[in-house]
Each structure stands twice: as C-alpha cells, then as structure tokens.
Design a protein around this ligand. Structure first.
Ligand SMILES: Cc1cc2nc3c(=O)[nH]c(=O)nc-3n(C[C@H](O)[C@H](O)[C@H](O)COP(=O)(O)OP(=O)(O)OC[C@H]3O[C@@H](n4cnc5c(N)ncnc54)[C@H](O)[C@@H]3O)c2cc1C
Length: 438
C-alpha cells in the first residue's frame, strides 16, 4: 500500500470502476509501486458485477452480494477515490475534466466506463423506456416496478427490447421474481404478461442453434410473447412500434439492445469506431494517445473482434495493470491476446443455467451452481483482502530520469522484454479459460 511519506512522482488516473479497474486496483493493492499515486473517479461507489445481476433481479442475491464496494477496494489499493462523473479529457494539459471538481492531472490515464445505451436512436425511447445501464438507474426503476406490481391490483405487461444474452436473462429473472412475489401475496401470477422483441431473425444470435432452441422452448413454456424481426422504431407512452408497423402495448419497457460509447468521448480527439468505442492496440493503449489506455466494453481492440461481455473486461484487468506499471516505469509494454472462444453461462432466473460454447450447449441446476460458485468466488476477491504486512515491500521505486533514458534506449534496440511475474488469478485454474461469467 502507498505510504504517505513517499513523494508522488507519477499519477495514474482510472476513469470508471468497471470490471477491469477493480482488477487493476486489487493488483496495485497487492503490488504497490512506490511514488505512484492512483486515483479512481467513478459515478458509482458500489460497482455492479454483471454476471450476478440477473440473480439479483430474480431475488437469489442481495444488493451487497452483487456489488463491489469501491471505497474499501480503493483503500486496500492506497488509491484516492472521487465520486464524480468524468465529462472530458484535456489531453494537451493531461487533465481529466469532472462535473463537480477541478481538473485532475494524470501521467497515465485509463478508461473503463462500460457502454452507454443508445436510446436516442429511436424516437421516444429515451422518454418512455428504461435502459439497463447505468445499472444504478435501472435498479431504482426495478425496485419501483417491484413495489408497483405488488401494490397495484390487476394486470401488468412488461416488454424487453433486445434478445441477446442480457435481454433474455433479464426478462426471465424479472418474470421469475415477479411471479413469485404475486404468488406469495396469494395473487394470480398470470396477471403478468411479458414481451421480448428483437430486430434479428432469432434470439441469442451469437450462440449456437442448440442453445437458441433451448431458450426458445423456455420462453414458450413460460408464456413469453416473442417478436423476432421486430425492430423497435418508435416508442410512445406504453407502446412500442416496430419497423413493420406492429404495435406492442406495455406498462414498462426495458431497453437491452446493443449499446455504444459515451457521447463525451467524441470531444477527446481519441479515435473511436462506428459505435463510439475507443480504438485500442493490443497493449490496451489507445491508438491515438500512448498515455491513455482503455479496457472493457468501452474499448475496441482493433485487431480482435470481441463480444461486449464482462468476461473480457475482467480478463483485460491484469494486462492493463501490468502495462500501466510498465508505462510509468518507462519499459516496453506487453501485447495482450484475448481468448478466441469463451463459455457463456446464461441463467433462466430459477437457479437453472445453460452453458454455451461454440457448438456445445448443456443445461441444468448444476450449471447454475457452477456459475454461482465461480461468481461468488470472484466477488470474494474484492471483499476479503489479505492483511498487508506492515513492512510489505513496495514494487521497485520509480526509475530516476537516467534510468528512464537508458531504459528507453534499451527498448529501442530490443523491443520485446521478457514477461515479469504477474498478479491476480481471477478465475480458478480448472474452470475452462473462457467463462462468460468472469
Ligand atoms: C442483464 C445483463 C446481464 C449480463 N450478464 C453478463 C454475464 O453474465 N457475463 C458477462 O461477461 N457479461 C454480462 N453482461 C455484459 C456486461 O454487463 C458488460 O459487458 C460489462 O459490464 C462491461 O464491463 P465494463 O467494465 O466495461 O463496464 P461496467 O461494468 O459498465 O462499469 C463501468 C463503470 O464506469 C462508471 N462510469 C461510467 N461512466 C462514467 C463517467 N463518465 N465517469 C466516471 N465513471 C463512469 C460506471 O458507473 C461503472 O461503475 C450482462 C449485461 C446485462 C445487461
């Protein structure tokens, strides 16, 4: 942990407490670098863990079980934590611009802010639909809906727009929870109606036919009205209109479609892809600015086509930490190669899950238990910290200017340095190196 009597020689600023940055903070907590100050700026003090979100909605986990307490983690890492929203970057003066505080200087900057739902693309969606992100807003709305369904008598219709894994999982979790709540109150759970809309020809388009068939069967068994080839083109109060003119009435409309990058990134001058995600190299450094890194959903690795999933955000945490460490030390960065295939564990709300990998698919209560075990183990890494010994040796101190200069010269002659030993093991070794649930 950083001690107060060391002069601050470098500032690493982390924007967003996403899945990659929590791994970075844990890494720096376990392997501090003397003279380096870490600052985390985040709109959330408790960051949600996506893998367990449907389980929380289903009522299988509490709020605390699915959120990482950033203040505890930052304290462990010896980092400053600012509860604020970043609204820009002054790259010329190397400063981060926040909504509520003066600009924050950086030497190295990393962005892990997730993706932003693109509601403005569909007229009326921003006014009449609820986006799943930011999760804190969705959670507020979800708690209100839960209360409303319990207290108001009569039918309620809920429509989910977007039938990727997130949309399907969320719908099944909401349905399971709300039906349970009505049953507990002695009411008829069939007062609830669910619609699932997708612009694609099929649900779960990135998964194999077996898994799709399985979920189609579950949706049919649970009485969900599935609308494929139904691109939502307009939303009015309580009505979704699709490209074919079909209208779906709903009391609550939840938006879980493909998202994009935050609007403020457009003013940073960083290269963005067509969806507004930041283009990064294999080192996770932005293509535009070597002082700025990006990871997780917001990053678009230009040499790899990755699904937007928490598993990739988590996996990028370790190489990101290592490269931030190398960047402040002035040594050569390492290229990171993401896994090409991954196992998705998709839950059905009722403590049951389906595993999907390539052409393979299998399901069962044991798949849920396996997922639950992986998820809980992951979360423990961010709530149970091994006590740091009082005289823990910090990582080698920052190099002097002479060391930096000679290191740069050395790297110019020999660009690939051997790998140093690395830090946090995020997923147990026996779990296939590919789990969707990080
Ligand atoms: C219902 C649902 C279920 C899912 N289930 C899974 C799953 O089981 N497995 C899986 O791999 N993926 C899953 N996903 C996808 C997963 O949610 C994302 O891929 C993942 O959250 C991306 O992580 P991230 O670290 O990039 O960003 P996030 O987890 O979105 O974190 C970004 C953080 O940055 C903060 N932030 C944002 N903007 C700013 C700003 N301007 N200033 C300061 N802070 C900011 C936010 O508050 C947040 O804390 C699911 C998605 C949904 C919707």
């Amino acid at each position: 942990m950083q001690t107060t009597d060391q002069p601050i020689l470098r500032d690493i600023v982390l924007i967003g407490g996403g899945h990659s940055h929590v791994v970075v903070l844990k890494h720096f907590g376990m392997n501090p670098i003397a003279g380096v100050r870490i600052t985390l700026i985040c709109t959330d003090m408790h960051t949600p863990y996506s893998g367990m979100l449907p389980g929380y909605v289903a009522g299988l986990y509490s709020f605390d079980q699915v959120h990482i307490d950033l203040s505890r983690l930052a304290m462990f890492a010896g980092a400053r934590l600012y509860h604020d929203e970043v609204i820009g970057i002054d790259r010329i003066n190397q400063k981060v611009l926040c909504k509520n505080r003066p600009p924050i200087p950086y030497d190295q900057l990393s962005i892990n802010i997730g993706s932003t739902p693109q509601l403005h693309n569909v007229p009326g969606a921003a006014e009449h639909a609820v986006a799943v992100k930011p999760i804190r807003n969705f959670n507020d709305r979800w708690l209100q809906l839960l209360e409303r369904v319990k207290t108001h008598s009569g039918n309620t219709t809920i429509a989910v727009v977007g039938a990727g894994a997130g949309g399907v999982e969320l719908l099944l979790a909401m349905q399971y929870r709300l039906r349970n709540e009505l049953t507990k109150l002695g009411r008829n759970p069939d007062e609830l109606t669910f619609h699932l809309l997708t612009s694609s020809h099929t649900i779960l388009p990135t998964h194999n036919a077996r898994v799709r068939r399985w979920f189609n069967r579950v949706l049919a068994q649970r009485g969900v009205h599935l609308h494929t080839d139904a691109e939502a083109t307009r939303v009015d109060a309580g009505v979704i209109t699709t490209a074919t003119g079909q209208q779906v009435q709903a009391d609550e409309i939840i938006w879980v479609t493909r998202a994009g990058g935050a609007a403020w990134l457009k003013q940073t001058g960083l290269q963005l892809d067509a969806d507004g995600f930041i283009s990064v190299q294999d080192t996770l450094q932005t293509v535009t600015d070597p002082l700025i890194f990006a990871a997780g959903d917001i990053a678009n690795m230009v040499n790899f086509k990755l699904e937007k999933a928490g598993v990739f955000a988590v996996r990028q945490g370790k190489p990101l930490a290592e490269n931030l460490r190398r960047a402040v030390a002035g040594t050569a960065l390492e290229a990171y190669k993401p896994q090409s295939r991954w196992l998705a564990l998709i839950s059905t709300g009722d403590a049951y899950a389906v595993a999907s990998r390539g052409w393979l698919g299998f399901a069962g209560a044991w798949v849920w238990q396996w997922k639950d075990w992986i998820d809980q183990r992951f979360m423990r890494k961010f709530s149970e910290f091994a006590p740091m010994s009082a005289n823990a040796t910090p990582h080698p101190t920052l190099p002097t200017p002479v060391m930096l200069f000679s290191s740069v010269l050395k790297n110019l002659c020999k660009p690939s340095l051997p790998l140093p030993c690395a830090a946090v093991a995020v997923v147990p070794k026996w779990v296939p190196a590919c789990c969707k649930t990080p």
